[in-house]
Every structure is written in structure tokens, then in C-alpha cells.
Design a protein around this ligand. Structure first.
Ligand code: SAM
Ligand code: SF4
Length: 328
């Protein structure tokens, strides 16, 4: 079992997009009420007095859409300024990014992942739920702003859905040739929209690599990050191509993370919520941070006994939250 020192923190479960693969079609989601969200102060107390003493030093802010969280720049600054924070990153859909990219950078954020599943505005709007024209352009401006400000590495996350955006794999991969952008292809998982998954299926990283290799060739590479991506490069390209293959390969033995949801639930695993604990409820009930450290340690011990494959065979727990509620 790997050392677990990386915490993904969902700042808010709400989102301004409704991506096909992330949320169930049509269904209304129950959003967390404001008073049930961890406050900034509770979040900082948990990071500083619970997670850091247990050994966590690397944090990623996610959502829902993290940029919808009021005061997000101030919060970034406070987390970045903690002396033990070794790495602070964010995953965003980029829609609200352009005007605050510099503020986030100045606040101490250095690494950013932006979801971009298509280079075609029509396909993009289909994926994000047809929320109106001009959305793709606005996200593209966010990406450009992040690049110009100096985020490094700048990663673009892509979930490939058969029959929706799989015809764009080579175009997306080609973005890495001239720019130091890093594309990460994430295998589609049956969480969020199980119906779409049953209807369309998924494409393996190996198949994506096969198409890209046939076009340009591929060499193994590296890029700074905390994730389980296998990284390659088109020969001579400035950026890299990462492949996250949680469906085709079990990498639970390399898993280095826990997930803190916006309402305080701490999960041992993306697809397994057995043993999860609610740190917000415990904090508000006056449980000491020392006792909370012990609870987190117990969850870590439990985590070492479960894995993704057990979820498939139904031997351990179940999951009830969508991807947008967990934060990916
Ligand atoms: N809203 C932000 C965004 O889209 O980047 C952050 C939250 S989102 C849940 C985090 C990541 O999860 C995104 O890169 C998204 O593509 C990925 N994701 C969501 N649903 C997925 C699914 N069913 N399979 C694979 N990845 C998924
Ligand atoms: Fe899309 Fe991210 Fe929102 Fe999910 S949370 S709907 S992936 S933008």
C-alpha cells in the first residue's frame, strides 16, 4: 500500500455545467445546503490540525465547480500559505477562470487541470448540457489565461465517450505538439451517468494510444503530478499525453489519496464509501482534533483493505454520490 498523503477537497457540489458523463440525465440533484457546507475556517482547521499531522501535504481543490465557491481566491491563499503545504492544485471546468486566473496564481495556486472534452463548440455544448452559446470560447479563454499567467503544468482533462467526442482524440492530442499543455485522457467510469455508460460503453487507454501511436508514434515521458496517469509524448512535442486507466487497469495499490466532500464526508475511495466519516459533524459536535486524527488514521487503515475491483464484485460497500458530488 502506498503512502496516502494527498487529499482531494471538494469545495462545493454545485456546478454551472451538467456534463453528460458526470451527472444523471434529467434527474434533479439534491444540492448541499449552505449551512451544511464546511466553512472556510472548518476546512482550514481540518487541513492544519487533522490532515497535516496525519501526514497529508498535497491538496487538490475540486467540486462540483470549485470556482463557484464564494471567496475561493482567499481560501486558496490560506491553504497555500500553510507552511506544510507542499503542493496545491485545482481541477476546474474553466468557465469562470479567465478573469481570476492571475488572482489564483498570485494566491499561491501553481497547478491547474481544466476539463476540455471537445474542440468543437457544438459537441462541447452537447457534452456540458447545452447551456447556451459561447461556452466553449469562454472555457478556451480560461485555458489561455491560465497558460499566460504561468500555471505549470497546465493539464487538460478529457473523458472520451464513444460516438460523442471519440472522433476528436487526434485533434486533442495534437494540442500538445506546439504548446506545453498536457492532455490527460480519463477512461469513462460508470459513476455519474450509468445509463450513458451502458448505452455507449467506454474506450480504453490502450485503444486511444493505439490510434495516437499510428499517427505520430509515442514515447514514454513524465510530468509533475500526484495522479496515476501513465505519461507519453508524441516525439518532439512540447507537452505530454497522460492516460488514466482505472477501468482497464486496477491501480488501487498505487492509490495515494482520500477525498473530502464539501459537506465534510471523508471517503476512503472514489467508488467505495464504506467506512466514510463525517468530519464536519464531528467538529461541530466538539470532538477534538486529536480524536479526529485518530478517526482519519482508522480510515487509512481500512483503505488499505479495500480496492476498486471489490466494488465491481459488490463485496465492499456501495456508492450513492455522483462524480460532481465527490469531485472526481
Ligand atoms: N468541475 C470540475 C471539472 O469538471 O474539472 C471539477 C470536478 S469534475 C467531477 C473532476 C473530473 O472528473 C473532471 O476532469 C471530469 O472530467 C471527471 N469526471 C466526471 N465524471 C466522470 C466519469 N463518469 N468518468 C470519468 N471521469 C469523470
Ligand atoms: Fe462537468 Fe465538472 Fe460540472 Fe461534473 S463537476 S458536470 S465534470 S463541469
Amino acid at each position: 500500500m502506498n503512502q496516502v498523503d494527498y487529499l482531494r477537497i471538494s469545495l462545493i457540489d454545485r456546478c454551472n455545467f451538467r456534463c453528460l458523463y458526470c451527472m444523471p440525465e434529467g434527474a434533479e440533484l439534491d444540492y448541499i445546503l449552505k449551512q451544511q457546507l464546511l466553512t472556510d475556517q472548518e476546512l482550514l482547521t481540518l487541513i492544519q490540525d487533522v490532515f497535516i499531522p496525519v501526514g497529508f501535504t498535497r491538496f487538490r481543490l475540486t467540486g462540483g465547480e470549485p470556482l463557484l465557491r464564494p471567496g475561493v481566491v482567499e481560501l486558496v491563499k490560506k491553504i497555500a500559505n500553510l507552511p506544510q503545504t507542499q503542493d496545491l492544485a485545482m481541477t476546474t471546468n474553466g468557465f469562470l477562470l479567465a478573469p481570476i486566473a492571475k488572482n489564483l496564481y498570485d494566491a499561491g495556486l501553481r497547478r491547474i487541470n481544466i476539463s476540455l472534452d471537445s474542440l468543437e463548440s457544438d459537441t462541447f455544448e452537447q457534452i456540458i448540457g447545452n447551456h447556451g452559446r459561447g461556452r466553449w470560447q469562454q472555457v478556451w479563454q480560461g485555458i489561455q489565461a491560465a497558460y499566460n499567467v504561468g500555471f505549470d503544468p497546465l493539464k487538460l482533462n478529457v473523458v472520451v465517450i464513444p460516438g460523442v467526442n471519440d472522433h476528436e482524440v487526434l485533434d486533442l492530442a495534437a494540442l500538445t505538439i506546439d504548446k506545453q499543455w498536457h492532455i490527460r485522457f480519463i477512461e469513462f467510469m460508470p459513476i455519474g451517468n450509468g445509463q450513458l455508460f451502458s448505452d455507449r460503453g467506454w474506450i480504453s487507454s490502450a485503444d486511444l494510444r493505439h490510434s495516437i501511436r499510428a499517427r505520430w508514434g509515442l514515447t514514454e515521458s513524465q510530468v509533475c503530478g500526484n495522479g496515476p496517469a501513465d505519461v507519453f509524448q508524441i516525439p518532439g512535442a512540447k507537452g505530454t499525453l497522460g492516460f488514466i486507466s482505472q477501468m482497464s487497469e486496477c491501480f488501487c495499490d498505487r492509490c495515494n489519496r482520500l477525498r473530502l466532500n464539501a459537506d465534510g464526508w471523508l471517503r476512503p475511495c472514489l467508488l467505495n464509501e464504506t467506512g466514510q466519516i463525517n468530519l464536519k459533524t464531528a467538529l461541530r459536535a466538539g470532538i477534538s482534533t486529536l480524536q479526529l486524527q485518530e478517526q482519519v488514521q482508522q480510515l487509512l487503515n481500512f483503505k488499505s483493505e479495500i480496492n476498486f475491483k471489490q466494488r465491481d464484485s459488490g463485496t465492499v460497500g456501495a456508492y450513492t454520490r455522483t462524480m460532481s458530488q465527490i469531485g472526481g
